[in-house]
Structure formats: C-alpha cells, structure tokens
Design a protein around this ligand. Sequence first.
Ligand SMILES: [Zn+2]
Length: 478
Amino acid sequence: MTKQSEIATRGGNLAENPATPTPSTSRWLQHLPLFCKRQDPEFSKIFEVVNTLALDDTHCHLVTDRDAVTTPQRYLERISLAGFPFPNYFPAGVYNRWLTGDETTRHDLDKTYGIQGKVDEMTYHLSQSIFIKFLTKELAQFLDCEPIFEAVIEARNDRANDYWLYVNSLFRDVNLENIMLDTGYHESGGRPAIEKFEEGILPCRTHRIARVEEIQREFFGMDVSFGEFEELYSERLLEVLDGTGNFGKRSVGMKSYLLPFIGLIEPLYDRTLAAKSWDAMRRSYSELPIMKRQAAFNISKDLRRYTFTLALEECLKRDMPMQIHTGDGEAPEVILRNQDPFYLEEVVRFDRDNMMRTPKIIPLHAGYPSVGKAAWLSHLYPNCYFELSIMTPFVHQSLHERYKQVLEAVPLSKILFASDNYHVPELFWLAGRWGKRYLAKALTDHVVGGSLDFDEAIEAARMVLHKNNRSVYNLRDL
Ligand SMILES: [Zn+2]
C-alpha cells in the first residue's frame, strides 16, 4: 500500500470514527454528515462490528480504465442510470460519433440532434440530486479533498496514473472478498478488459455469471434453420456453464434480461412455437429497427421464452441460481411497465408435468421501486431470493427505511448484498459503505425493539453481507 492510499483509507474510515480525526482530514470534519456526529450507543456497538465484516457483491459489472481521467460532466453521465442508455436518445451510432468525432463532426451532429443540450440537461439534474451531494461529501473524506464535486473529480484524476491501485483501495476499504461478475456488460472490452479488472481487484475473488442474451445475440442473426440454431445455442450454453465459454472461464450462475422485454415470463417447452417465432424474426429483420419496441420484442418473444427455459433447465440441474433483471430502469431502451416482480412467479414455480420444480431465482435490483412486491415474492416462495442492488446505493440515506421494509418480509437467509456497479468503481465503494451503515441502523431498530438480540443482529449482517452469497452459489471452501 502506498502512502497515498494509506491516507485515502484513513479518510474513508473517518466518517465512522469521527472521534479520532487524522490531521490530514480534520479540516473537512465540519462537513461530516449529521449521522456521524450523533450516533446512539446501541448503533455504535452494532456498526463497529458490521463495518469490519467481509463483503460479497452478488451482482455487478466490470470497471475499465476509460474513466481513470474524467470531467465532472462526464463522470455524472457515466454514473447516471439515465446516462447509461444515452446513445438510444439518438439514431443508431450518432451519439458515439459525436463523442469520438473531431470538432467539425461534433458541431454538425450537435446542430442536427442537439446532443450537447441533452447531455447538459441530464447531468445538470443529476448534479442537483441528493445522491450526488452525499457522494461528494463521502468521497471527499476518502480522497482527502474539499467536499465540492469538482474538487472530488480533480482528486480522483490525481490518482489516474495508478488507477488500479485506487480501485483496489476502494475495494479494501469496504472489505470486498468476492464478487459475482455479470460478464454480459463489458463495454466491448471482452476478455482482456475482464481479466485486467479481475487482476486489479485482487485479493478480492471474481466468479463469473453468464448472461442468456449474450448467447442469444451470438446466434439470433444467423441464416440457419431453427434446428441448427437450437443445436448451436445448446452447445454454447454448456460451454459457457461448464467449459471455458464465459470469456475463458466457467460460470457459477446465469443472468437474464428478459423481463423488461416481454413482461410476464411463462416458461415455454413447445419447440413448434419457438420455431415459428424464429422464422418470424428472420422475416422481420429489416423492419425491426423501425417497429414500435413492444411489437418488435413480441416477434421474438416465444423464441426468447424457449431459449430462456433451456437455460433455466441447465441451472436447475446444476443447482445454480438464475439472476433476473427486475424493477429498475435503463430507459429509454427497456419497457418500464414490464418489470413488475410478480411477473416472475411462473419462473419461480417452473411447473412441468404438474410439478413445481423451484429453481433458485434471484430477482435483481430489489425490484425497485416495487420493493414490497419483490420482498413478498421472496417471502412466499422458498427458492426465491432478494437482492439489494441499485436501491443500494442510489436510495442512499433512506436505505435505512428500505432495508427495514425488506427485513420485515424476507427471511434473513435469502437477502443478498449487491451494488450493480458499472463504469466507475465508486459505486462498489458507496454500496459497501452505505450498505453496511444503513443495514446496521435497521438492525439496531430490531435490537432496540427487542425482536433481535445483539448476537442475532450481527449474524443477520454476516448472512446478508456474505454468508448467503456463498451458500446460494455453492462457493465452498470460502
Ligand atoms: Zn446489472
């Protein structure tokens, strides 16, 4: 650890321990959140233990070094859920041409599409969110700088010449030990980017999750018969799960993005319907880009249901969980109204031959904003889990109340911590920092109210923060 990262780590812990400021950070003490100045003794006792616990992240995406040097505006765009699918606000390819083009290209594209104005609007509103104002104060402590957003970005850029050391210090500050990496989103970096990231975060271990849509994407555009497609798909599925098909490694689970495309997911075993859908999709290639989005998704709906069902069968055989994107957004690409957690009930049951087969299902993103529905689905079905990402960290201070809502319905043995980190590494850190803090706060309420004793509260935190993850993915010997 270099001197610089030692300072950074001390700064990161300071908010939890304001009684022992270091000289280098004390000048920013006045900006500490009120939360840190007035801690009740019961909370302090619980938080002190919870904050040191190992952390496993059950759903996240890689970091590349393309955000090592950034600007305040670009950082806002990259951390924003609205900015995530920003290219979709313009005709295909336009946004990237604007982003990477020379001055004349940018000027011409901007004149036609008003790109800069849209970026300004989106980043301005995000800069006015409490999330960013809170992030600024927290990161200022970690980076030992003035709690002003521009100063935080500047201090972050100062670490760019050893970006991976900085990323690693963020991981160590929240004690991340395992991450379950959804390789379906890798910013077109492929295997080299994934391997660089995995190496950069060591000794934190990475376990890979394969995305169903990545396998579909490989073959959906092929000019072959349905039978040939089916053979290629099934072969690749096995290679991804058991061989080296997940960018050189095997997988420990799968992830599906089907829900936002089609809404209610009913498993499909009928090959004839899937074959019809395959033919219809091939006939419609030229029209798909100009069709309304739900109509376009409906053409391949049966094919997607069928291939999803094949994947879930393989997960079931291996006792592997299937993560399913639920709630959350990424508008304007996805269809928000389709993401209701209750649309997963048939998948959770996975009926066949008059028998419920109950594979392990992990609805993602706490079903946010339908948190209560996701929690209740998990309460009712023993094989349905509950995952905390997106809500963590984007709900920030109110995580205290949200975690209480989850804890009131979901068995402790099924709640899984996750960040859904993408693009910038600070989401891993914020999720870990706030996750531990507000989980400790919610558990304190249970201790004070008498529903848990101290030891039970600490064991609950252990389960949520890492034990459940290791058990659901069968990560033995950890
Ligand atoms: Zn994700």
